[in-house]
Design a protein around this ligand. Structure first.
Ligand SMILES: Cc1ncc(C[n+]2csc(CCOP(=O)(O)OP(=O)(O)O)c2C)c(N)n1
Ligand code: SF4
Ligand SMILES: [Mg+2]
Length: 349
């Protein structure tokens, strides 16, 4: 390429930390073409780029499943750990507590979370560990050929023709009941809404639980499935349109003051919820449980930020941890000296 051609090339668009979006990409996806999980990967790449997150300060984690392969396809420069099926929460807990300076994102599946991993999920939701926890929810075990997971709707049909006769677990309801501080539901094909929710989750201090309906085009996108593209298109009821305004960008948004609710995030940024057809207070957990149940009874999937509590203590707050990574603390700060040990021994005598 000649010097003149290089000089005439337009400069690459960069974010607030000077990185272009390609830095936020990962390896080429090996998932099926059209899989909802790929669309979620794209939104994650955009959200981290637009928020100007330093990818070398991120740790991405997952369990096992097609969904759990997703971290390989975004944020190549980040740290990563692919854990055992359903056991990502305990690995994430260790990693986050060992280094509070990392931004942690975990990607799981509905099988990984609501079936084999339900025990770990339950305890994660009550601890408010700083972690973005995404369930890529297709109502089936995509990787092992489409068996029903615990989020499959009652009466939904498998590709084989089998009908699900067990009631589903609603992970958003469960998370709110357990004390989670940021609970949202979205659809992999809803670019704008999912992008806004992801940016809000990045700014939230505590666990952000996102249940993203993500059709499996191979095993769960047929007539009779309630997690298919067609079903979701007909039954998706957005709670409110979401515009997230990062604190480092001065973006004017068009909103109607009478119908807008501002939520101040822990880092000082603002989340604006614009209601479409009914007023909704995302800070009221009882209301959240009620609207989820009402929409379930109406056979509708309610999407948006269902519940948010930006003021709760996080697990590191409760444990009174120091901000510096534990691994970098000097010996004299982590090892009690002889006098302290003597004092403890004295108490036990
Ligand atoms: C301990 C253990 N049990 C079972 C399996 C087999 N297995 C692999 S992935 C999977 C289910 C994945 O479903 P989900 O989490 O919904 O991910 P998806 O593939 O649908 O994205 C199962 C049962 C395993 N890998 N390890
Ligand atoms: S089997 Fe389903 S979940 Fe797995 S990659 Fe293919 S479409 Fe996605
Ligand atoms: Mg699944």
């Amino acid at each position: 390429m000649s010097a003149t051609t290089v000089a005439s090339m337009p400069p690459k668009k960069v974010n607030r930390i000077g990185l272009d979006v390609s830095v936020y990409r990962g390896g080429k996806s090996t998932l099926c073409a059209g899989c909802g999980h790929n669309a979620i990967t794209e939104r994650i790449i955009e959200a981290f780029y637009e928020m100007g997150v330093n990818p070398t300060q991120v740790i991405k984690m997952s369990g096992i499943g097609c969904s759990s392969k997703a971290p390989a396809y975004f944020l190549k420069p980040s740290h990563g750990f692919n854990a055992v099926h359903g056991r990502m929460p305990s690995v994430a807990t260790g990693a986050v507590l060992a280094n509070l300076q990392l931004l942690a994102i975990g990607v799981s599946g509905d099988g990984d979370t609501a079936s084999i991993g339900i025990g770990q999920f339950v305890h994660l939701m009550r601890r408010n560990l700083p972690l973005i926890y995404i369930i890529e929810d297709n109502g089936c075990y995509g990787l092992t050929k489409g068996q029903f997971s615990a989020t499959a709707d009652l009466g939904s049909k498998q590709k084989t023709g089998a009908i699900n006769e067990l009631p589903p677990i609603d992970t958003c309801t469960l998370a709110i009941q357990l004390g989670a501080t940021f609970v949202a539901r979205s659809f992999s094909g809803d670019k704008k809404q999912l992008g806004g929710i992801l940016k809000a989750a990045i700014a939230h201090r505590g666990t952000s639980m996102l249940d993203v309906i993500s059709p499996c085009v191979t095993f769960n996108d047929h007539e009779g499935s309630t997690k298919s593209y067609n079903y979701m298109k007909q039954h998706d009821e957005p709670l409110h349109e979401i515009d997230f305004v990062p604190f480092f960008e001065n973006i004017e948004v068009d909103y109607d003051p009478g119908e807008t609710q501002d939520v101040q995030m822990h880092d000082g940024s603002h989340l604006r919820l614009r209601k479409l057809d009914h007023s909704y207070d995302a800070t009221d957990p009882q209301k959240a449980l009620q609207v989820i149940e009402e929409s379930r009874q109406e056979n509708e999937v309610l999407t948006g930020i269902l519940y948010i509590n930006p003021a709760s203590k996080t697990l590191p707050d409760i444990l009174r941890m120091v901000d510096e990574p534990l691994a970098l603390l000097s010996q004299d700060r982590v090892r009690p000296g002889p006098a302290v040990l003597e004092e403890i021994m004295e108490e036990l005598r």
